[in-house]
Design a protein around this ligand. Sequence first.
Ligand SMILES: C[S@@+](CC[C@H](N)C(=O)[O-])C[C@H]1O[C@@H](n2cnc3c(N)ncnc32)[C@H](O)[C@@H]1O
Length: 248
Amino acid sequence: MKIENKEFWEREDIIYSQDKTVADTSNYEAYLYEKASSYFSKKNVKVKNAKVFGVGTGREIHGILKYISIDKILATDISENMIKKGIENIKTWKLDTKVTMQVNDATTFSGSKESFELVTLMNCMLTYVKDRKDRYKIFKTSYDILQPEGVLIGAVHNQVGTPQKTAFFLLRKILKPFLKNEVGSRVTGFYGFEVRGYYFSEKDLYKHLKDNGFKNIEIKSLSEYYKEVNIKYNRLKGYNNLIFFATK
Ligand SMILES: C[S@@+](CC[C@H](N)C(=O)[O-])C[C@H]1O[C@@H](n2cnc3c(N)ncnc32)[C@H](O)[C@@H]1O
């Protein structure tokens, strides 16, 4: 069944699937948080404000705060029902004095200019922003709202992973001149719902970041990351997400 992005994320069953009330921080998320934290220490930057886009029910908040010392977090999501559940979670976790949760479409966010030291686009919220111009808006906004030397981190779906997925995008690359939409365009979603989404190539993610002003760009796939840290990972079976770090 076809469904629009916002409608999909408003559904109770979808929210339930995302609502991990335990603090589950994956090792690659911890890697990004630690990297940001050591960058801030080196630059002598105190993180007064952080901005989290596509926060869902707040799963990543624990992890971020565990690894980075932050005074205040502004977390937003396009889904009213996600934020409703997120506000409950934040209260339960006794983080409501530190964290503010608001409903907002990331493509229209316009915070006060240059007011955050850290911006996050965690676990594939960008997959659900199907149009390039909207993804560019999110990267541009992230850049604009960052303080000088501020950090952007995130994770996105990768065009390269399971053989089926890799072949699908390889074929689209070959057929590019005949396609109506971008090579990375693919139907995604779960529980039988089909949402039009976007999968990045490493080169294209670099372009999104570079074109919107970012520097010190580092991108790696999960298979590259796990190899570096000597953890067994079979990219033929996993998501092989791309993780990224960049600065203003
Ligand atoms: C896969 S969930 C990830 C949730 C959370 N960041 C995590 O890592 O667990 C993707 C989230 O992105 C949100 N989202 C999708 N499009 C969005 C948009 N244009 N602006 C803000 N949030 C969006 C969805 O509502 C959903 O909560």
